[in-house]
Design a protein around this ligand. Structure first.
Ligand SMILES: *[C@@H]1O[C@H](CO)[C@@H](O)[C@H](O)[C@H]1NC(C)=O
Ligand SMILES: *[C@@H]1O[C@H](CO)[C@@H](O)[C@H](O)[C@H]1NC(C)=O
Length: 121
């Protein structure tokens, strides 16, 4: 059976560390079978201010690539490569999901939080 390995840096990663803002990725290493659904967890903590949430991917030997972002409005965000994430303020979560994982999804995934408009950080 083929399996897809997702590496997550189990670290706090923020585009701009300010105040009490942080994101937490509880899973260090996630393995799923090819064509299974994929879910990468991200919990965030805002200092109460407005914030923007992002998911980035880094494929082996490549630089960081943007997947999707939540700025405002619809809390279900569809991104690149079949990924989507739903902002759930009641759970302070912004989990990344894909319906059918592929071997080529093996990578490191980063959840990030910013209190500034994209591009300013
Ligand atoms: C949070 O809200 C979503 C719908 O927006 C719901 O599906 C989910 O069950 C809620 N979670 C909790 C812990 O209440
Ligand atoms: C993280 O998100 C989950 C929902 O998937 C929620 O149940 C949990 O309470 C959140 N944890 C924290 C520390 O906010």
């Amino acid at each position: 059976m083929l399996s897809v390995t997702i590496l997550l840096l189990g670290m706090l990663y923020t585009l701009r560390r300010t105040g009490a803002q942080s994101v937490t990725q509880p899973d260090i290493h996630v393995t799923v079978s090819e064509r299974d659904s994929l879910k990468l967890r991200c919990n965030y903590s805002t200092g109460g201010g407005a914030s923007y949430l992002f998911w980035y991917v880094q494929y082996p030997g490549q630089s960081l690539q943007f997947l999707l972002k939540y700025v405002s409005g619809d809390t279900l965000v569809k991104g690149m490569k079949g990924f989507e994430a739903e902002l759930r303020k009641n759970e302070t979560s912004f989990h990344l999901k894909k319906h059918s994982a592929h071997l080529s999804d093996s990578a490191q995934y980063f959840c990030a939080l910013s209190d500034t408009v994209p591009g300013a950080a």
